[in-house]
Design a binder for this molecule. Structure first.
Ligand SMILES: [Zn+2]
Length: 383
C-alpha cells in the first residue's frame, strides 16, 4: 500500500495532458504541447475548442460548461459527467471510479483493493484537506478583492516591486486591511468556526476570540492544481505595528502546545512547484523571494520559490531533478545556497527558453526589460 499521506498527491501527479491524450484523443482540436484545446465531450460546442487543458498547472476548464478542476476532476467529468467538490461526508462513487482509473493509469494500487478501513482513512484525510483549501481559497478571494479596492496598496506594490494590477489579477495577490475576515468566512461562506481556525489564518486569543494573523499585509497565495494551499503576508510600510512585526509572515503551524486547532494538513509548500511536474521542463529558475518568483514567472520563465521552506542543496537537487518526470537539461546555480537572493538563473536560460518556444511555434513571452529579479540575479552572479 502506498504511503497514506501521499496517496492523493501521487494520483494528482498524473499529467492531465497525457490523461487527455489517452481518454479523448479524437477530441483534441489544438495541440500546443503542454496546452490543449478540446472539443468538450459534455456539451455541443460550436468552436470545438471550448475546453482548455493547462499542462503547466495540471488543470482544465470548459468555458461552455463553466466547469473545471484538477486531473481527478477531469477524469470524473469526462467519464461520469460530474465533478466532486465540497465533500462533507463521504466520497461519491463517481469520484472513486475516476481516482481508481488514474491509479490504473499510473500503475498504482487502487484504494478499492485495500481494506475498507484503510481506504476510509485515506479518503477522510483528503476530505479534510479539501475543506482546508476551500477556506484558504475563500480567504484568498476576499484578500484579493480588498487589494483591488485599495489604490494605496496597489500603488505601493507597483512602485516597490514593479507588480502591476495586471500581475496582481493574474496571481490573485491580496491585501489584508482591517476587514473582519473571520466573521465573513463564518457568516458569508458558512464555514464552521473550527474549520476556519484550521486554516492557520487566525490566532485564538486568551480572550477566547479569533485575531487575524495577517494585519496590513500584502497576501501572496500559493496555488497547486488550481487550489490555494498556502499564503504568506508581507507587511506594508504604513501599518501601525510596522516596527514590531516581522516583514514576512507565514501561516500558523499545527503545534500541540500553542496552535492545536491548526490543521495538520497545512504544509509549507514550494511556491510554483506545479511546474516540476511538467514533462517538457528544461530549466527552472529558483528565486528566494516570492516577489522575484512572481515577476520571473510573469516574464514567461518556469520558476519556483522555496522561501517558506528549509531548502538545502540536497533538497534543491531532489526538487529539480528528482520530481518525476522532470528531466531538466541544465540547472544554473548561484553561489552558495539560500544566502543568495536568487539561487539559480543564468543568461543562457532565457535564450534556451526562447529557442524552445520557437521550436514549438509558440510566441516568446513578451519581454518587459530585464526586470528587477533578473537585475538582482545578475548582480549575484557577478559578485
Ligand atoms: Zn463543456
Amino acid at each position: 500500500m502506498p504511503d497514506h499521506k501521499d496517496y492523493y498527491a501521487k494520483i494528482r501527479a498524473a499529467s492531465i495532458v497525457d490523461v487527455a491524450r489517452r481518454l479523448i484523443p479524437e477530441r483534441i482540436t489544438v495541440d500546443k504541447g503542454s496546452t490543449l484545446n478540446v472539443d468538450c465531450p459534455r456539451h455541443d460546442s460550436v468552436s470545438k475548442t471550448s475546453m482548455t487543458i493547462d499542462g503547466a498547472r495540471n488543470v482544465f476548464f470548459c468555458h461552455g460548461c463553466t466547469t473545471g478542476g484538477d486531473v481527478i476532476h477531469f477524469v470524473e467529468f469526462v467519464t461520469e459527467g460530474s465533478v466532486t467538490k465540497d465533500v462533507r461526508d463521504r466520497m461519491p462513487e463517481s469520484h472513486r471510479r475516476a481516482r481508481d482509473w488514474l491509479a490504473n493509469f499510473l500503475s498504482l494500487p487502487t484504494l478499492a483493493s485495500q481494506s475498507p478501513e484503510e481506504a476510509e482513512k485515506v479518503e477522510r484525510g483528503q476530505i479534510e484537506k479539501e475543506r482546508l483549501y476551500a477556506v484558504l481559497g475563500a480567504a484568498a478571494e476576499m484578500y484579493h478583492a480588498s487589494l483591488l479596492e485599495s489604490p494605496r496598496a496597489l500603488a505601493w506594490l507597483e512602485e516597490k516591486y514593479g507588480i502591476t494590477e495586471e500581475i496582481v489579477r493574474h496571481f490573485g495577490i491580496g491585501y489584508s486591511g482591517s476587514a473582519d475576515m473571520f466573521s465573513r468566512l463564518v457568516n458569508e461562506h458558512s464555514f464552521k468556526t473550527k474549520h476556519v481556525l484550521e486554516s492557520g489564518l487566525f490566532i485564538w486569543g486568551n480572550d477566547e476570540r479569533p485575531h487575524a494573523l495577517f494585519r496590513e499585509r500584502i497576501v501572496f497565495p500559493y496555488h497547486s492544481s488550481g487550489r490555494v494551499v498556502y499564503m504568506i503576508g508581507r507587511l506594508v510600510p504604513w501599518a501601525d505595528h510596522v516596527r514590531s512585526a516581522p516583514k514576512y509572515m507565514k501561516l500558523l503551524k499545527n503545534d500541540p502546545m500553542r496552535h492545536r486547532y491548526v490543521s495538520p494538513h497545512l504544509a509549507n509548500p514550494i511556491w510554483g512547484a506545479d511546474v516540476l511536474r511538467r514533462r517538457d521542463l528544461r530549466e527552472v529558475v529558483i528565486t528566494e523571494g516570492i516577489t522575484d518568483a512572481l515577476l520571473t514567472s510573469w516574464q514567461g520563465f518556469d520558476c519556483i520559490s522555496p522561501v517558506t521552506v528549509g531548502f538545502k542543496k540536497r533538497r534543491r537537487a531532489r526538487a529539480v531533478y528528482g520530481a518525476a518526470p522532470c528531466r531538466p537539461r541544465r540547472h544554473r546555480a548561484g553561489r552558495g545556497d539560500l544566502g543568495d537572493r536568487v539561487a539559480g538563473i543564468g543568461r543562457d536560460v532565457p535564450r534556451a527558453q526562447r529557442r524552445r518556444d520557437r521550436s514549438r511555434g509558440r510566441r516568446a513571452p513578451a519581454r518587459r526589460g530585464p526586470g528587477r529579479c533578473a537585475q538582482r540575479a545578475t548582480r549575484v552572479r557577478r559578485r
